[in-house]
Design a protein. Structure first.
Length: 274
């Protein structure tokens, strides 16, 4: 039975992927930050235990738990959990960037490093990184999240080059708008770190706060369900020759094309126009 460790499974992309791969015959270790969410997943028929990217000890315990259940083997890792901290770059204190990088980048890196020796020893393994269209192009008010995804793209590209010949594949999935709770989950981070009332952009924050606190019932016209990401993940972990990158949603394809074709100033204008 093929085995995979998936992070961020309490909801959204990770939750859908865990159930879909289990239905395809994979043995899935579906992890979450909170024990309560793990208990819920266990009740849903999944194997689950805590993994918090922000804690090295939590990552070490999760790796030990995973390998103890598989006699030291694992076929794939899907690094998925992440969060956003919306706000203008000039309003992001150092602590906000430190906190988001701990989860969105350092946690991914730490977990991958701890599993690479297992993949090397068995001669195969897949490391699938959930990046974003915002790992390809930037967007206003999303500087903290964008910076982590740009860093993830670069780190993953180099790791892929360095793993050549080892049997370890490093793969990036780049979703665009997907129906998850990332916007709602960003509110506590916004409230913790962004002093918008004393910002030079105070008036501009009205629109951002409306998007956070008064989400429209109308879905983004390009938004896809979590199953669209799962479809790419399935190809990434099951194909004999996986791609290095998988785009998901129309905006991601457009962003990837424009980044290659347009000079920076024209790309800036295109992004500004949405």
């Amino acid at each position: 039975m093929r085995t995979i460790l998936i992070t961020g499974c309490s909801s959204g992309i990770g939750h859908h992927a865990a159930h879909a791969l289990k239905a395809r015959g994979w043995r899935v270790f579906a992890t979450c930050r909170q024990q309560g969410d793990c208990d819920r997943l266990i009740a849903e028929g999944l194997e689950s235990f805590p993994l918090d990217y922000a804690s090295e000890d939590s990552i070490a315990r999760a790796v030990e738990e995973t390998l103890s259940r598989t006699d030291g083997r694992l076929d794939a890792l899907f690094n998925n959990g992440a969060f956003a901290c919306p706000g203008a770059v000039e309003d992001l204190p150092r602590g906000a960037l430190r906190e988001i990088f701990e989860t969105n980048l350092f946690g991914y890196h730490d977990l991958s490093r701890r599993l690479i020796p297992t993949f090397r020893a068995q001669g195969h393994g897949r490391i699938v990184q959930c990046s974003s269209v915002l790992g390809l192009v930037g967007a206003k008010w999303r500087g903290a999240y964008v910076s982590t995804k740009f860093a993830l793209e670069g780190l993953s590209d180099v790791l892929r080059l360095e793993m050549t010949g080892t049997g370890v594949e490093v793969i990036l999935i780049e979703p665009g708008p997907i129906g998850t709770r990332i916007r709602q989950n960003a509110i506590p981070h916004f409230e913790k770190w962004i002093d918008w009332e004393n910002s030079a952009r105070r008036d501009e924050y009205a629109a951002l706060r409306d998007r956070l606190y008064k989400p429209s019932a109308k879905k983004d016209r390009f938004e896809l369900p979590c199953s669209a990401v799962t479809a790419k993940l399935i190809h990434a972990v099951e194909s004999p020759r996986p791609r290095a990158r998988y785009y998901v949603t129309t905006p991601t394809y457009i962003a990837g094309l424009l980044r290659r074709l347009l000079p920076t100033r024209l790309l800036d204008r295109a992004i500004a126009k949405g």
